[in-house]
Design a protein around this ligand. Structure first.
Ligand code: ADP
Ligand code: MG
Length: 702
């Protein structure tokens, strides 16, 4: 474990360097062309690559390979096949063909498909995604060659996170290249979207974790009173890292580095026991794969250290939740970040065009961004009691806000805050200074110098959906812009007018104030910005006419695929709440109620024995406690019955959307009603008798 980063980084990746070393020049060139330009892969090339990959993997101890994919379960899936191939003399050789590399045929019938795949065509197939490098995974099962793949139904419909993401990257590239050509960048062939997800998580002691069914089954605490100390002292944020956590982080980094994941920063987060890990950004595709590995290894490595990692968006009520800040940008194959303000007015105009395209895209499709961040856990983070409103607005910082305001008012921006130079001319745009000092933490979508940070993404979810939406909505606006600009006779004038028009029409989306403030909710409503409070309310955006048209136009999702995704989302919401409710029913029935009964008996026994010893002794404390406890116990029982009824009622509904609505409107409130008396009891009942570790035990004792 004392290895140097440079020596271990990427050792388990079939990287570009490894390919250069191991592939014949011609094969390497052909594969590169496929990776970079999306050209079809020649089967003969695949054969040679498969062989080289197999030799490399076997030298490193691999016995199996797997097509690694991301079905709509939120996690990755894999089916392992060994390289073994029997020979006629009863022995075996290790084989791996080009066909096996390119295509796999896992049985798709057990993955969520939202009705896409009738059971008679249960076959699905996985297709090699050669833009994300293959890697080795080492665990108790041995060494496995993991081949990133996209997962489709037999009729070609996407059943996973990866396929639409790749399609959206293609769409964005096509449209951004059109714009860049107009700016004279004939050399740019591709534009790719990059993502850098900052992953938040909690660590708790594993032995304590295992004593709580709610953590085990639903990933969050369904009961629990606040401890005397919460996060009010702000002493955890960026605080020094505890020994046990530090050694966990060290091992985690090593594991991730070997697989080529660029784990970069780590620190304590706002809540006690909360931490964050951020990698260096990569193309959206690789970043999505790597984030899945990060989540998987957070759990795996935590377990080795006697810890449990909670990725849930709100593991503890009353304590900060976890999110995933998805930093997003676009850059060219010539190395230029399109969201980087330039040094010259010309570059600035191009930057402002891309910036205004993002503003317009977010304004027009805030509903799609919202649904891309929706999952059952995020309902506690977005628009809930303790959470900021679920309104999407864009923070651009004081400097840009000023420039945009000048453009809107006078059609020209002549000056720049912070002492920027003034560029006078017909179509003046001031020189912009990169403003890295702006630190608005309350904006759900913030421009942070040379990238946008979409902060609503759920901590436990794949970043695939968010990036698919971002890429597509921006591609769509760029497409419209290119259509208009390609026709213009005076390009400079047309660009200038287009920027002005775009920022004027979409200025309502820009908000630099405090996004957590009450006043913002009213202000946003005045501006007509949507405030979509729950996952169930967010889902219809996916299948709106606007959405079907948008995703269809850019070949990202067909209407059928969108409907299937909406169906899967409704289903996954209902399932998640059903599991939570059933866990609560079970914990209340077999843990809390029996514990409270024991306590009431203890009190009653105490009263009786004291009374029989000294008939006029003061037992008012015990009596009062007994009355209070018994009343709460009775309340608990009533709430328990009500929750049982609510669950039965919701489960009896046939329609997916209606069922999800019932879970939200009937079951969720009944869950809160059951929780309330039990949380009250927790701070009354003898701690010795309390059947599960408390918030205090979980948050402060690791
Ligand atoms: P901050 O502290 O402002 O959020 P950091 O520099 O710590 O920013 O970066 C946060 C994440 O953003 C990291 O994962 C980083 O790699 C990523 N990131 C930085 N630049 C870009 C970019 N141009 N595009 C996408 N992600 C980026
Ligand atoms: Mg950040």
């Amino acid at each position: 474990m004392s290895e140097k980063i440079t020596e271990i980084f990427g050792v388990d990746v079939f990287s570009d360097a490894t390919m250069v070393e191991r592939l014949p020049k011609k094969t390497y060139a052909a594969l590169k062309k496929t990776i970079e330009n999306g050209d079809d892969l020649d089967p003969n090339v695949a054969e040679v690559v498969a062989n080289a990959m197999k030799d490399w993997a076997i030298e490193k101890g691999a016995t199996h390979y797997t097509h690694w994919f991301q079905p709509m379960t939120g996690i990755t899936a894999e089916k392992h096949d060994s390289f073994i191939s029997p020979t006629t003399d009863g022995k075996a050789i290790m084989e791996f063909s080009g066909k096996e590399l390119i295509k796999g045929e896992p049985d798709a019938s057990s993955f969520p498909s939202g009705g896409l795949r009738a059971t008679f065509e249960a076959r699905g197939y996985t297709a090699w995604d050669c833009t994300s490098p293959a890697f080795l995974r080492k665990d108790a099962a041995g060494v496995t060659l993991c081949i990133p793949t996209a997962f489709c139904s037999y009729t070609g419909e996407a059943l996973d996170v990866k396929t639409p993401l790749l399609r959206s990257m293609e769409a964005l590239s096509n449209q951004a290249v059109r714009i860049l050509k107009l700016f004279g960048h004939q050399d740019v062939k591709r534009v790719s979207s990059s993502a850098g997800p900052e992953q938040e998580y909690f660590l708790v002691d594993k032995a304590k974790y295992l004593k709580r069914d709610d953590l085990i089954f639903s990933g969050r605490t369904l009961f629990g009173a606040m401890p005397p100390k919460g996060q009010e002292l702000d002493d955890h944020y960026f605080g020094s890292i505890k020994e046990r956590v530090a050694s966990f982080m060290k091992e985690l980094n090593n594991e991730l580095w070997k697989m080529g994941v660029t784990a970069k920063t780590q620190h304590n987060e706002v809540a006690p026991a909360q931490h964050e890990l951020a990698p260096i950004y990569a193309t959206a595709n690789i970043a999505t794969d790597h984030n899945q590995l990060v989540m998987e290894y957070l759990k795996k490595v935590a377990s080795r250290h006697g810890l449990a990692c909670l990725l849930h968006e709100k593991p503890f009520a009353g304590v900060n939740g976890s999110g995933k800040h998805n930093n997003w940008s676009m850059s060219t194959d010539t190395g230029k970040n399109l969201l980087d303000p330039g040094k010259t007015p010309h570059e600035n105009i191009q930057f402002l065009l891309f910036l205004s395209a993002v503003l317009k895209a977010v304004d027009l499709h805030a509903d799609l961004l919202r649904v891309s961040a929706a999952n059952p856990g995020n309902d506690h983070r977005l628009g809930a009691n303790e959470a900021p409103p679920a309104i999407i607005s864009v923070f651009v910082g004081a400097q840009l806000e000023d420039v945009l305001a000048q453009l809107i008012e006078t059609g020209e921006a002549k000056s720049c805050k912070d002492g920027g130079r003034l560029n006078v001319g017909v179509h003046t745009i001031p020189a912009l200074k990169k403003d890295a000092t702006d630190r608005n933490r309350t904006s759900p979508f913030a421009f942070t110098g040379n990238k946008f940070e979409f902060r609503m993404v759920a901590s436990s979810a794949s970043i695939g959906a968010a990036n698919t939406v971002l890429n597509t909505i921006v591609a769509d606006v760029l497409c419209e812009m290119a259509d208009e600009l390609e026709k213009a006779s005076d390009f400079d004038l047309a660009v200038h007018d287009l920027i002005k028009k775009t920022v004027t029409e979409h200025q309502r989306i820009v908000f630099n104030g405090n996004g957590y403030a009450e006043a913002w909710v009213a202000e946003a409503e005045r501006r007509g910005l949507p405030n979509i409070k729950s996952m169930v309310e967010a889902i219809p955006a996916l299948i709106s006419e606007k959405s079907v048209k948008l995703f269809g136009k850019h070949n990202v999702f067909s209407a059928t695929e969108l409907h299937s995704r909406a169906e899967i989302m409704y289903e996954s919401y209902s399932k998640a709440i059903n599991i939570e409710a059933k866990t609560m029913i079970s914990m209340a029935s077999v843990k809390f109620i029996p514990a409270v009964i024991k306590y009431t008996k203890k009190l009653a026994d105490s009263i009786n024995s004291i009374k029989s010893a000294v008939s006029d002794a003061d037992v008012s404390v015990q009596s009062e406690l007994l009355k209070e406890t018994s009343a709460l116990l009775a309340k608990t029982q009533v709430a328990l019955k009500k929750l049982q009824g609510a669950v039965a009622q919701a489960n009896a509904i046939a329609d997916g959307a209606e069922m999800a609505i019932a879970f939200r409107d009937i079951v969720v409130p009944a869950m809160a009603d059951l929780r309330a008396p039990i949380d009250e009891l927790e701070v009354i009942v003898d701690k010795e008798l309390w059947p599960v570790p408390t918030y205090g035990d979980l948050l402060f004792e690791i």
